[in-house]
Design a protein around this ligand. Structure first.
Ligand code: 6CS
Length: 285
């Protein structure tokens, strides 16, 4: 009997030591992430390729307000190069969790559900929602509710994006919510009458309307949708990397450099600086 007790005590001790080792390794693992990125000298960032939030240039480099802020922060952390990975918004969180990229810097708006799945930085870009419609807005689509109340109006929105969710929550039947892969497709589908409205954040719709060269008009802001803010998003267990990013972001905000980066794109630095991750992640959806 004593041998049995001795064995079970040794087993318990072994499990305890293993647990302690794992626990002490966790912060080290997170800290390693920053060290590994520093050694590599580059960070893989998910983008939606949706100006002015993000834009993949023809030479393979990335611009846009979100990557420009991320580039400035990562530079402070000793990481000079961004490697853009274009992704659908709905695939960004799974991609982060699968290690396809190290961060999401794309205007992925903070929502409680997303906040539970990733480690967000403090806010970077804030915006309201908008509609792009045909000139004259023939079906008088001005809110998500008006689309739901219409007999047949269809809305185009990014797959897994905020606008898709807002449309479904407003009661638009799934069959009338069309997933649109990119902004050019959205504009073309609207012009060809395959969708009655294309919804994105205000600055994205304004940028697209300028490219349309006529025949469309903008409804902004969409009254029955909230102003939302993004942050850079990291894998849930990479809080040390996220905290380091937050320190660099705070320095940019403090020095005025943050405003110089985002305001030329049309974003309000003050809007991001007067709110917080805590407020945005707690806000009722
Ligand atoms: O966070 C989102 O879901 C939305 N963000 C942007 C910048 N564009 C569309 C997308 O649905």
């Amino acid at each position: 009997m004593n041998r049995l007790i001795a064995l079970s005590r040794r087993a318990v001790l072994g499990v305890a030591i293993a647990g302690l080792a794992a626990a002490s390794a966790a912060p080290a693992k997170a800290q390693d992430a920053l060290e590994q990125l520093k050694e590599k000298g580059s960070v893989r960032v998910a983008i939606g390729n949706e100006p002015p939030y993000t834009e993949l240039k023809s030479d393979g480099s990335v611009s846009g307000a979100a990557p420009d802020v991320a580039r400035a922060v990562f530079k402070k952390l000793g990481i000079d190069n961004l490697e853009p990975v274009v992704s659908e918004y709905g695939a960004m969180i799974p991609g982060l969790q699968a290690g396809r990229f190290d961060a999401v810097t794309a205007g992925l708006f903070m929502k409680p559900q997303r906040c539970n799945a990733v480690a967000y930085s403090e806010p970077v870009l804030c915006d309201a929602e908008a509609f792009l419609v045909k000139e004259g807005n023939p079906k008088n689509l001005t809110t998500f509710k008006s689309i739901a109340e219409s007999e047949d109006a269809t809305i185009g929105a990014p797959g897994g994006g905020t606008e898709e969710r807002l449309a479904l929550e407003a009661g638009v039947p799934r069959g009338r919510v069309i997933v649109v892969p990119d902004t050019q497709s959205g504009l073309t589908m609207l012009q060809q009458g395959r969708i009655d409205v294309y919804s994105l954040p205000v600055l994205s719709i304004n940028s697209l309307a300028k490219k349309a060269g006529g025949g469309v008009e903008v409804v902004a802001p969409v009254e029955d949708s909230p102003i939302a803010c993004d942050g850079a998003a990291f894998a849930k267990d990479q809080t040390a990397l996220r905290d380091a990013f937050d320190e660099g972001l705070a320095e940019l905000k403090e020095s005025g450099e943050f405003a110089k980066l985002v305001e030329p794109y049309g974003f309000s630095a003050a809007a991001a600086m007067k709110t917080s991750r805590e407020k945005l992640c707690a806000a009722a959806e």
